[in-house]
Write a protein that binds this ligand. Structure first.
Ligand code: ADP
Ligand code: ZN
Ligand code: ZN
Length: 744
């Protein structure tokens, strides 16, 4: 039976949503696959052009006789565009988006050249085809010597500079255009690139890897030499020297003519981190960041494609760097939330990297001091290889960590947010002129209800997540919609100190300034860093020791190195612990461990204080002991019991409309559709989203959980089909979020 290929024609001009169907001739059955670059005749003039296959099916969309066959495939069918297109098709299926959205995410946008262009010619025929054409031309004995010369040259060198062809080979440009029209070759242009790193210099100084670093590198190298490619989880405590290990592995991959991508969370993408790579690899490195113009980004991608650079360092989007022979993808701090895209397609860089690596026959290194529960789960199942760095380099100690029970403070009559112990320590550090970081791990906007006497938090009886407090005096569960009034006394201990816990950094700053009038206090949060450059200015002021206390949100605990900081405190650990989604404990554990890593970076030992109403909660206890494995086991038991990821997969169907009624009825209709299609399925909702109305858009959510990801994809497809067919659903927008990172 015949098969048909959907072909998109012009990827450079952004016309990505139009595809055309061609028949796959028998001789190409074996070679054509998703992503293949193919030659076709297009339009009524039967113009010979190339395109990419984005889908293969058995159903003709037109009358059989009207479908033209593919003319052939382009010789280098492992071209990087082919791989990226195959990746986009996977992302569309896996995360739910249109193909257009997926392609736009993955394919580098070509930005119009402002600088001088360089043209080159590329052969589109296979070697056999080219040979046959060459023989035919010779047999005809027409005056085609120049064309023959060109074809011969292109059979030796797949790509040739325009100048070389027109000058050294003296092929007239009219001849080149003739062959271009026949679809034998393509004329491509590139241009001289800007370089974001001025005169990158390698430095001579090299660190000698210690024994455990060596062991990890050798294990990777042994696999690599045997041709084994896969995903590795590098679990190494803070300061264990992970970056040195990444660089060693990258060097290994580069020595075999392959390239590497290093993903780093945007917030940690500082000059210092990048310079570590530059001083090791010099001009082979380039970077991407969100402050770059489209033109600058496009240039960096082009430098990667042409082989000018071998290593790209950047945030999530650097994953799509068009390296022709990618060998390794490193994801540093793999547990970070920012690796999940919050725009459609809502892809996770970890899984997408693994898929890209599979297509490119490359390996992936995931690195973290506090691996995501997902990654550690996969490592324990044997899907990833686990590599460990269990001690800090030069055996530097982790800071001493103390938990302060805020319930005891209340009992002793201290209603302030600063415990007596923390107060003493702050006074002591101010006296010694050492510095202090205080952080408020506040997340999102939702408040929860808790008892200040016994620490109990009101949770949904069905979902085991904290209920969200609403202005109308009721609480509701974000997943299943269960709702109840806020109690006036604690259901556990009867205390009347029960209520919503909300606290902002601004309030804390005021309290600290009052309690320590002589101290220099800086605040860093979303409000004080709104202006460009403020973030950097605050950190510099603190680094120059022009302030004693830095108070801020989780933004202050990531990746900075302040040797004079000897005291770090989490003012209210409960704020992130009791978030309205299932990841609260994980986030708290990660934040507290990271914060602990901030104290005592210099010669003076550090100390950490965690203030909480739930001192016996495992996330707090294990963070204080820096015991990841114990934390993992308890958290995983909870996820398994409740079927939360990674024990099962979760799909959130996000239904949005400017009309409240439309959002509600559409969500109800879709939930009904899903329940009918899979009567046994675990489907919750629809419920109003945690933020039920945002920018005048009403938001509803349906939650689906299943161990089998494919069933969730089928549910997603069901909804997409229905949205296409059902006119009554025109007023709503539907997004999909698989294994969500943030509450919707
Ligand atoms: P991590 O990423 O695991 O927190 P880093 O790679 O940033 O750790 O290393 C922490 C510090 O230790 C860096 O200043 C690094 O240069 C240094 N370092 C790494 N490996 C070694 C080593 N084998 N010997 C001495 N210093 C090292
Ligand atoms: Zn109580
Ligand atoms: Zn619930």
């Amino acid at each position: 039976m015949a098969r048909y290929a959907d072909v998109i024609i012009d990827i450079s001009r952004g016309q990505l949503d139009k595809s055309f169907q061609y028949r796959i001739p028998a001789e190409l059955e074996e070679t054509v696959q998703i992503g293949s670059q193919v030659r076709v005749s297009f339009g009524s003039a039967r113009r010979k052009i190339t395109g990419y296959v984005i889908g293969i099916s058995k159903q003709p969309k037109l009358e059989e006789s009207k479908i033209r066959p593919l003319d052939g495939t382009v010789r280098d069918s492992i071209a990087i565009e082919s791989q990226l297109i195959a990746l986009a098709v996977w992302m569309k299926d896996h995360y739910g988006s249109t193909l257009n959205q997926a392609l736009k995410t993955v394919l580098p946008i070509k930005v119009k050249a402002a600088s001088r262009e360089k043209k080159s010619l590329r052969l589109l025929l296979s070697l056999e085809e080219a040979k046959a054409e060459l023989l035919a031309m010779r047999a005809r004995k027409r005056h085609s010597a120049a064309k023959e010369r060109l074809l011969e040259a292109l059979m030796k060198d797949e790509s040739l500079p325009w100048e070389l062809v027109t000058e050294e080979l003296s092929v007239p440009s009219a001849n080149i255009r003739d062959l271009e029209k026949k679809g034998w070759l393509a004329v491509e242009s590139s241009r001289s690139m800007r370089n974001p790193l001025e005169t990158p210099q390698k430095s001579g100084k090299r660190i000698q890897l210690n024994e455990q670093q060596k062991r990890v590198c050798e294990s990777f190298a042994a696999d690599w030499d045997l041709g084994r490619r896969g995903t590795y989880l590098l679990y190494g405590v803070t300061g264990s020297g992970k970056t040195e290990v990444y660089m060693k592995m990258i060097a290994q991959v580069l020595s075999q003519g392959r390239q590497a991508i290093v993903l780093i969370p945007e917030i940690a993408l500082t000059y210092q981190t990048v310079m570590r790579f530059v001083s090791r690899f010099g001009g082979q490195v380039s970077i991407l960041n969100s402050r770059m113009s489209a033109g600058e980004r496009s240039d960096q991608f082009e430098r990667a494609r042409t082989g000018e650079i071998q290593i790209m360092v950047g945030p999530r989007s650097a994953l799509f760097t068009p390296f022709p022979k990618l060998g390794l993808i490193v994801i540093d701090e793999e547990h970070e939330n920012s690796y999940k895209s919050e725009t459609v397609p809502k892809y996770h860089a970890r899984e997408t990297a693994i898929e890209r690596a599979r297509l490119a026959k490359a390996s992936v290194i995931l690195g973290s001091a506090t691996p995501s529960i997902e990654a550690f789960f996969r490592a324990k199942k044997g899907e990833y290889s686990l590599l460990c760095l269990s001690s800090r380099v030069e055996n530097r100690a982790l800071p001493d960590c103390q938990i302060v029970d805020l319930r005891e403070e209340l009992k002793a009559g201290n209603r302030s947010v600063i415990s007596r112990r923390l107060g003493q320590l702050i006074t002591d550090r101010l006296k010694k002129r050492e510095q202090i970081m205080l952080f408020v791990n506040r997340r999102g906007l939702a408040g929860f209800v808790s008892c200040r006497s016994c620490g109990s938090v009101i949770k949904c009886p069905h979902c085991e997540v904290a209920m969200t407090l609403h202005k109308n005096g009721r609480m509701s569960c974000h997943y299943c919609g269960y709702s109840m009034p806020v109690p006036t006394v604690c259901p556990v201990c009867g205390s009347r100190f029960i209520g919503g816990m909300r606290a902002g950094t601004e309030k804390f700053e005021e309290i600290i300034r009052q309690a320590f009038p002589g101290a220099g206090v800086l605040r860093m949060d979303a409000d004080t860093t709104r202006m460009k450059g403020e973030h950097k200015r605050i950190l510099e002021t603190f680094a120059n020791q022009e302030a004693d206390i830095l108070i801020g949100t989780q933004m202050i605990v990531k990746g900075h190195d302040f040797p004079n900081v000897t005291l770090v405190a989490a003012l209210a650990a409960d704020l992130s612990l009791n978030s309205s989604d299932f990841r609260g404990a994980e986030r708290t554990f990660q934040l507290l461990c990271q914060a602990a890593g901030r104290a005592g970076r210099g010669d003076k030992p550090g100390q950490m204080v965690i203030q909480t109403y739930q001192p016996e909660h495992f996330a707090i206890v294990d963070a204080a002991r820096q015991d990841y494995v114990s934390f993992y086991e308890q958290e995983m038991a909870y996820r398994s019991l409740m079927s939360y990821p990674p024990a099962a997969h979760m799909l959130v169907v996000q239904v949005m409309s400017d009309l409240e009624q439309a959002a509600e009825s559409a969500a109800a209709l879709l939930a009904d559709l899903l329940r009918r299609a899979r009567p046994g399925g675990r489907i919750d909702g629809p419920v109003r989203a945690r933020i039920a109305r945002l920018a005048d858009v009403y938001r509803q959510a349906i939650y689906i959980r299943d161990e089998n990801y494919d069933l969730l994809i089928e549910d997603k497809n069901r909804i997409q089909d229905r949205l296409l067919k059902d006119k009554s659903l025109r007023a709503v927008n539907v997004w999909f979020d698989f294994d969500p990172m943030n509450a919707f």
